[in-house]
Design a protein around this ligand. Structure first.
Ligand SMILES: Nc1nc2c(c(=O)[nH]1)N[C@H]1C(S)=C(S)[C@@H](COP(=O)(O)OP(=O)(O)OC[C@H]3O[C@@H](n4cnc5c(=O)[nH]c(N)nc54)[C@H](O)[C@@H]3O)O[C@H]1N2
Ligand SMILES: Nc1nc2c(c(=O)[nH]1)N[C@H]1C(S)=C(S)[C@@H](COP(=O)(O)OP(=O)(O)OC[C@H]3O[C@@H](n4cnc5c(=O)[nH]c(N)nc54)[C@H](O)[C@@H]3O)O[C@H]1N2
Ligand code: SF4
Ligand SMILES: [Mo]
Length: 721
């Protein structure tokens, strides 16, 4: 076993005795009866909320009406979010695996055991044999810290994050088309649009507050087009609904563009002055006549023409999408073909005209900017670019060759554990056993690890496989910033300190760095110091926060990046005047031929399987499955299927059915609804174990973004009873 850097007496001097409560930092932990203006801990809308605090506990909430994005409104998850604080399942102290489960441990033992295992595995198998997985529910400060910790303290190439399951197809496509990865418009542009395309997003259930923006547009006369295999709640009020067959969006977008070109609804001046490669697209889409497109997509030719007629000549327009088009082995291609529809009209970079991917997790935007991805360094820099490596190595004060190279992505890390190449893992804010496809393989991989350390505030299903569980912090127990889905960096204020012997996440990471002998790189006294460092690290990079401070963010109710100087007001709308972020200032069209999903239907597995969300549950469910009111709303997964399919299989509503794919099966009640294509079934994925939708899904990855194909594979449905 490797020797440790800090003797116990020194540790107690530094961090206090364990397991007594350790104060969480240098800030005020709160008076009773205060209201703290902060943000919801769930989705990327990051609604403003005031948390009621009494005796270091969050006891309720008040609306925060001045915060412009939601003006006091909250969705069902937002109004219940306070109930996770002081939950009986809250981890109150570190846990160490024992013969019969877990035993409570002090920090000294848990941290030293973790550091020793890291040293031991790396000494035996090399630095890259120890991997780190982060997440995008955490603050910008922690995203930055995770990247720095992995590169300097672990010196591993293998760091990635759960946004790899979420935002990476959109991110890659946005960088390819526009040279930057951020929603192009603030959400306040949505109500100004005359036509809105919503594709692959169940907006009303997943971003409920944004529904209000779309309805304001509709009230002002806008036409709404929804593209989804399911008639989702927002689709019920749409002017046009295109029931696309799962995995066919690139063909559909090509087909709509075909009609637009034929009818002359392209902005040739904009195309010539501000873009490249339209000719390749014009040539390609000639083949995508409405009839050909109907055959591939299942969308009637007349509806394809109608969509082009609505979108083509519009005065102003917004195209918004989420994971429905991105969770594919051609996720990047799907996004790029839809971006073609925007660029062809020149309607971008103007009030009421533009485009955006709707970012999923609370800090899905900031979580993908500050260097916790395997291919990225702070400030959105590219780990493969020599000048970017030089800048960050200099900034951190290490020789450039010591900065690890690009490592594996999240699913590839699990694959490498399965192959026995990665032996140790530390994960924070990630529940891969529930969220990564093919969960039976994920479970086998976790069992193979020589050491697994997990930082969470609940014992997630993945944490149950850990050797050491470190009791981290809830959002309200820390402070910092997150960047919302529109690119607005907002301030999270500390409401309460972690209970009993739990600790603030970033302090756990810094302490581990210290035990690994790298304390001089991690001397932060509070989250604010990490923020100051991350803004400086971003200076001059593709994602520039260097003009931001906590005070400026608070005074302005958030600041949009880029914000490169203290005087700069921030940039709510990108690409004004047709200026894109590629070196020559132009945007790029991309010509992609439709190609089928990794697994398509066949006689043995004749039904499309797709997965996603319901309004009252969140992600892997660790948080929302513990909040009574939300559980009551949707207590267990149901298999949505159309009455025609149900009838063919002899199934009635609430009959128990078995859904089988090449990877696994799940038994659950059927929910017979007319709102889904008759060739497709849908199961929400928020549950674990035998109720996990990811027992079925296919871990096939997009070649560019490495996102898995959650949104389409082939299944068979059988009646059980
Ligand atoms: N209530 C709730 N809200 C959330 C979350 C949550 O877990 N619960 N999670 C947050 C996060 S991290 C994310 S990423 C977002 C996700 O937000 P969304 O992407 O809006 O949600 P999903 O349910 O994953 O999928 C969206 C839609 O894609 C459709 N779809 C499936 N296959 C296809 C296809 O091939 N083409 C098209 N066009 N559509 C298809 C599905 O029918 C579904 O209605 O939500 C965020 N908000
Ligand atoms: N079948 C299917 N699977 C999917 C998807 C799908 O549509 N279909 N969607 C994918 C998408 S878009 C996403 S984003 C992923 C999400 O998948 P995950 O990231 O695995 O899901 P989470 O529930 O966010 O897991 C995060 C864990 O972190 C903890 N946590 C949250 N905040 C903090 C924090 O601040 N500090 C610490 N220490 N812990 C924290 C929570 O308790 C939870 O246990 O799932 C993906 N999986
Ligand atoms: S819309 Fe998103 S951020 Fe707003 S209350 Fe609901 S879950 Fe929270
Ligand atoms: Mo996500």
């Amino acid at each position: 076993m490797a020797t440790l850097t800090i003797p116990e007496e020194k540790y107690i001097e530094l961090y206090g005795p364990t397991p007594a409560h350790t104060p969480s930092g240098g800030w005020d932990n709160g008076e009773p009866d205060k209201l703290v203006k902060t943000h919801c801990c769930f989705c990327g809308v990051q609604c403003g909320i005031q948390l009621k605090v009494k005796d270091n506990k969050v006891t309720g909430f008040e609306p925060w009406e001045e915060f412009p994005v939601n003006q006091g409104k909250l969705c069902p998850k937002g109004v219940k979010r306070y109930l996770q604080n002081d939950h009986p399942d809250r981890l109150l102290t570190p846990l160490i695996r024992s013969e019969d489960g877990f035993r409570a441990a002090g920090w000294y033992e848990a941290m030293h055991k973790t550091a020793a295992a890291i040293k031991d595995i790396q000494a035996k198998h090399g630095k890259d044999a120890f991997a780190f997985l982060g997440g995008a529910s955490m603050t910008n400060e922690k995203a930055y810290l995770n990247g720095k910790f992995a590169r300097i303290a672990l010196q591993t190439a293998n760091i990635d994050y759960n946004g790899r399951l979420c935002m990476v197809s959109a991110g890659a496509a946005n960088r390819m088309a526009f040279g930057v990865d951020r929603a192009a418009n603030p959400w306040s542009d949505i109500p100004l649009a005359k036509v809105i395309i919503l594709t692959g997003t169940n907006l009303a259930e997943c971003f409920p507050i944004l529904t209000d923006y779309v309805w304001r547009a509709r009230d002002a006369g806008a036409k709404i087009i929804v593209i989804d295999p399911r008639i989702t709640p927002i689709a019920r009020t749409a002017d046009l609904f295109l029931p696309v067959r799962p995995g066919r969006d690139s063909a559909l977008a090509n087909g709509i563009l075909h009609v637009m070109i034929e009818r002359g609804w392209t902005d040739e001046k904009f195309i010539a002055e501000h873009t490249h490669d339209f000719d390749k697209v014009r040539e390609l889409v000639k083949r995508y006549t409405p009839e050909v497109t109907e055959k591939i997509t299942g969308v009637p030719a007349a509806s394809i023409i109608k969509a082009a007629e609505m979108w083509g000549p519009a005065e102003t327009s917004m195209l918004l999408h989420a994971r429905g088009i991105e969770h594919h082995t051609k996720g990047v291609e799907n996004v790029l073909t839809y971006i073609n529809l925007v660029l062809a009209t020149g309607r971008i970079g103007k009030p009421g005209s533009g485009y955006g991917t709707i970012t999923g997790q609370g800090n899905g935007q900031g979580g993908r900017e500050h260097g916790q991805r395997c291919n990225q360094l702070p400030g959105g820099r590219d780990i493969n670019k020599p000048e970017h490596r030089e800048f960050i190595a200099d900034f951190w004060g290490i020789p450039e060759p010591e900065l690890p190279k690009q490592g594996l992505t999240a699913c590839e890390i699990i694959d490498a554990i399965e192959r026995g190449e990665i032996k140790g893992l530390l994960s924070i804010s990630f529940n891969p056993l529930v969220s990564i496809p093919d969960s039976n393989r994920t479970r086998a991989a976790l069992e193979k690890l020589e050491f697994f350390g997990c930082i969470d505030f609940f014992l997630s299903e993945t944490a149950r496989y850990a050797d050491v569980v470190l009791a981290g912090s809830l959002q309200e127990e820390d402070e910092g910033t997150v960047t919302t889905g529109e690119g607005r960096c907002v301030r999270l204020r500390n409401s309460v300190s972690p209970p009993e012997n739990a600790r603030v996440d970033w302090k756990i990471i810094c302490e581990l760095a210290e035990l690994l002998g790298k304390e001089k790189f991690f001397t932060y006294k509070n989250a604010g110091e990490i923020f100051t460092e991350l803004t400086a690290a971003s200076k001059g990079g593709p994602i520039d926060y260097s003009g931001m401070t906590y005070e400026k963010i608070e005074q302005n109710m958030g600041v949009f990046w880029p914000c490169p100087t203290p005087e700069h007001p921030g940039t709510p709308r990108l690409f004004e005047g047709g200026k894109f972020h590629h070196p020559d200032g132009k945007a790029k069209f991309h010509a992609y031929e439709y190609r089928p999903p990794a697994e398509d239907v066949d006689p043995e597995f004749p039904i499309f399987f797709t997965s996603g969300r319901v309004v009252s549950q969140y992600l892997s469910g660790t948080q929302t499955r513990r909040i009574g009111g939300l559980v009551d709303q949707y207590p267990e997964p149901l298999c949505e299927m159309h009455p025609l399919l149900a009838e063919r299989l002899g199934i009635k509503d609430r009959d128990v059915v078995r859904v089988v794919t090449r990877r696994g099966d799940i038994t659950l009640p059927a929910q017979v609804v007319k709102t889904i294509r008759p060739d497709t079934v849908f199961i929400p994925y928020h549950w674990a174990g035998k109720k996990a939708a990811n027992q079925l899904t296919n871990r096939a990855l997009d070649p560019i973004s490495k996102i898995p194909e959650y949104k389409v594979c082939a299944c068979r449905v059988e009646k059980v009873r």
